[in-house]
Design a protein around this ligand. Sequence first.
Ligand code: ING
Length: 314
Amino acid sequence: MSRIITVGAAQLGPVQLSHSRTDVVARLMALMNQAADRGCDLVVFPELALTTFFPRWFLDDISEADHFYETEMPSPAVQSLFQCAKDRSIGFSLGYAELTTDGHRFNTQVLVDKTGSVVGKYRKVHIPGHASNEPGRPFQHLERYYFEPSDEGFGVWHAFDAKVGMMICNDRRWPETYREMGLQGVEMILCGYNTPIHYVPDPSQDILQGFHNALVMQAGAYQNGTWVVGVAKGGVEEGVDSLAQSAIIAPSGQIVAQTLTTDDELIVASCDLDWCKRYKETLFDFDKYRRPELYKRHVEQRGVKWDGNPTVRP
Ligand code: ING
């Protein structure tokens, strides 16, 4: 009996500064109801879904940004979303800014089952951008100012009769992200992202944002025999154009569904989890083919180190 998860990628268009959490939750619930109507077991929302992408601005007093964060999950603002999930018997994954009771700030994603209970929580590991104001920029990308990197690593949870993992935005660009979950047998990775088209450090990448987005998620899916669900908050948000192109990607690396707009848009796919085995038990049979004894640099080195030409064995 094959295991099928019908998953919805619920892309958001822009969330402007003027949009309240109530406005946004109404949009999320509309997408959740659409997903339930289309038979989804699970619907995935973007990174930092409840507010505009506030790291695009510098606030000298960081406490002035506190209102962008949730101090509990479910927070009062999303209680209705949790209730809707329970009423419609649909699970979901939601990205939000987390402010802990002891003052720590994380870029966080939560996994909620069909009863509306929190199954798991993931905090972003790879924090891109910069940590101090760079006034010369057309917009800031101050994630390293507003968020601490997680020291908890990548979890894989048993949910929806599957092994489900999470990653957030920049995480998807690092092969280590997928492999850490691949080595736990992950079958579906849920990812939200906010990706400005314009990359200030190297504008030559702007035109390639869509290509790079698909490239890394397709590669990660294929090389680890897992489904990947990538969900954007896209469109022009407070004057910054962000990538949409949300996608559902099979363990083969094939894109099975992709959004066509930069607005609120739901795409759905019925994902056969046993497809994962076609790769996990052949090409990417890790236990059979991997050589961790030769991969020491992966865990011992942060940056590049090269000690010159290796000696040629006689
Ligand atoms: N955003 C971006 C991402 O990794 C970025 C950072 C922007 C990288 C543009 C490259 C180009 O998709 C987040 N939130 O990580």
